[in-house]
Design a protein around this ligand. Structure first.
Ligand code: CA
Length: 228
């Protein structure tokens, strides 16, 4: 699932944000104080994007941002600010935020910003230890293994290469030719149908219900997408 943290002390604003992000397909985790937010992130290291309100009781959003960034260079951070002074924005970005949204914001604007940041953080999904984690999947590029919810999934080398291509391009539609070239190589002489054959087999291994795939989806007339 695409996990997003929403830190906001005002219940009505938090609910508004959460409802809209859920509608857009995100799995939201909520916090109403900075301290709680840090705890939620500690327990959920796979959170990819954090929305942080600035004005909070206790430690403020900038401080949360600074501490999150100190522990995790990859998490995407968007500040939710009611204050429009340029100085606040500069301070936010200096503490490591990637973007900011000024209140009041529309659901469409907020979702667009989260989508954009989510894609950007997905652009370099590799962690320093050679792992790509996209819940419930964990791909280890050092020993070329895949786990789903902690269970090893046995893959052929070709299937592994397809999975790696997918997990390096989350949410991106990949054409069958693109997959063929990336996995089988430019000089492969067989038919592009080999891609479909492998995808069918991969689905049997990774999908909860292979007849109704949700991880590897078909992009009709084009190819496939790894996406949530
Ligand atoms: Ca507030």
């Amino acid at each position: 699932m695409r996990k997003v943290l929403v830190l906001e002390d005002e219940d009505n604003i938090r609910s508004f944000v959460v409802i809209n992000l859920k509608r857009a397909g995100y799995d939201t985790l909520e916090a109403s104080s900075g301290e709680e937010a840090l705890e939620v992130v500690r327990r959920n290291p796979d959170i990819r994007v954090a929305l942080l309100d600035v004005m909070l009781p206790g430690i403020d959003g900038f401080e949360v941002c600074r501490r999150l960034r100190a522990d995790n260079a990859k998490i995407g951070i968007i500040m939710l600010t009611a204050r429009t002074q340029e100085m606040d924005k500069v301070t936010g970005l200096m503490t490591g935020a990637d973007d900011y949204v000024t209140k009041p914001f529309s659901p469409a604007e907020l979702t667009a910003r989260v989508d954009a940041l989510y894609r950007r953080t997905g652009g370099e999904p590799m962690m320093d230890n050679g792992e790509i984690r996209q819940d419930p999947f964990l791909l280890n590029t050092r020993n070329r293994t895949l786990e789903k919810a902690g269970r090893r999934i046995k893959l052929t080398q070709v299937e592994y290469s397809v999975m790696k291509l997918f997990m390096e391009n989350p949410g991106k539609a990949l054409s069958r030719d693109e997959i063929l070239e990336a996995v089988w190589g430019r000089d492969y002489l067989g038919e592009v149908k080999i891609v479909d054959v492998n995808i069918r087999r991969l689905r049997l291994k990774v999908e909860d219900d292979p007849t109704n795939p949700t991880y590897i989806t078909t992009v009709w007339g084009y190819g496939y997408k790894w996406g949530f």
